[in-house]
Every structure is written in C-alpha cells, then in structure tokens.
Design a protein around this ligand. Structure first.
Ligand code: PRP
Length: 182
C-alpha cells in the first residue's frame, strides 16, 4: 500500500474520472436543450462539481450553498441550516442539487425542499457516492456515481476533520490515521 494514502483505495482517480464522465453525458442528454442550474453544496462537492460541470455543455449555471446539520456530532437531528452565496436564482429553472455523498439523506432532502419552495421548476439530486444503508429519510438519489457501504471514506472532496479533500482517489481511513491528521 502507498503510505501517502490514508487507507485502502476504494475508487481510483481513473475510475472516478470515467464514472464522472458517464454521469455528465447522462445528465447532458437528459437536459438537452433545457437551461440547467447546478446547485452545489459546499464544501464536499467542489471537486466533483469542477469535473462534472465540464461535461455538461451550454446553458448551465452554477450556484453554491452551504448546508449544515444540527446534531451532537454523531447523530443528525434532521434539521439543516442553509446559507446562500449570492442570489441563488432557481425560479422557474430545472435544478440539480449536487453533493459528494448522500448519507442519512437529511441534507439533500432539506435543500431540495428549500429549492422547491423558491420556485424551481424541477429538482433532481446527484451525488458521487450513495450510502443507502445509512438513510434516515425516504430519499432516492436521481444520479449517483458509486454505491458504498458503511465505511468512512475520504478523498475527492470528502474529508476527515477538513483534511484529505484534495486526494485524487477515494480511500477508507486506517484507524491509526484517525486523530493524526494528514
Ligand atoms: C457532508 C456531505 C453532505 C452531507 C451528507 O457534509 O458533504 O453534504 O454531509 O450527509 P447527510 O446525508 O447525512 O445529510 P458536511 O456537513 O460534513 O460538510 P462538508 O461538505 O463541508 O464536508
């Protein structure tokens, strides 16, 4: 194993690159001829956003938001605070809500509801990783790259204590790395 990595590689940069390209083509086909707004949730989605957006062609706008769950650090209350950057104009537009991972599903569910309340014409969800075994709400994501089990994973936007987001691969975290940081 390469010791510069925090654990086992689950998805290599090459595999991610291929899958993101496929997702981009799928979305581009589904929205052909229709203006589309990508609403990306900071910070986890930034690397995915940058790669996916370049496959989407013309007629695409990008909005950024921040969403944080209330909870005690290990459990989620299901309540999500949303902070906008700029005007976040989705009125009458088709939107895709983009994130790195769907875990409990609380974040995507709350933000989707909020975008619908702002008058979006349609809202679909897109994540690189889907972790359905952790779901607390009835959310089925519309586009996902890979399904994962209950491993804690980092890289390609996903963090541990804000580190490892810049790793090109998605890796598990070795227990001895926890607490040491990158
Ligand atoms: C992570 C991830 C999603 C959310 C998913 O964000 O990026 O936004 O959790 O969890 P859920 O499905 O249980 O709601 P986090 O709050 O860790 O912030 P970050 O994106 O800045 O890492």
């Amino acid at each position: 194993m390469n010791d510069s990595r925090p654990g086992r590689v689950l998805f290599s940069a090459e595999a991610i690159h291929r899958r993101v390209s496929e997702l981009g083509e799928q979305i581009r086909g589904d929205y052909a001829g229709r203006p589309l707004t990508i609403v990306a949730i900071l910070k986890g989605s930034v690397i995915f956003l940058a790669d996916l957006a370049r496959h989407l062609g013309h007629g695409v706008t990008i909005e950024l938001i921040e969403a944080s769950s209330y909870g005690d650090g290990t459990t989620s209350s299901g309540q999500v605070a949303i902070r906008r950057y700029g005007k976040l104009d989705v009125q009458g537009r088709d939107a895709i809500l983009l994130d790195d991972i769907a875990d409990t599903g609380n974040t995507l569910t709350a933000v989707r509801r909020s975008l619908e309340g702002m008058g979006a014409r349609s809202v679909r969800t897109c994540v690189l990783l889907d972790k359905p075994c952790r779901r607390q709400v009835d959310l089925v994501v519309d586009y996902f790259g890979f399904e994962v089990g209950d491993d804690f994973v980092v890289g390609y936007g996903l963090d541990y204590d804000d580190y490892y987001r810049n790793l090109p691969d998605i890796c598990t975290l070795r227990p001895e790395v926890v607490g040491v940081r990158a």
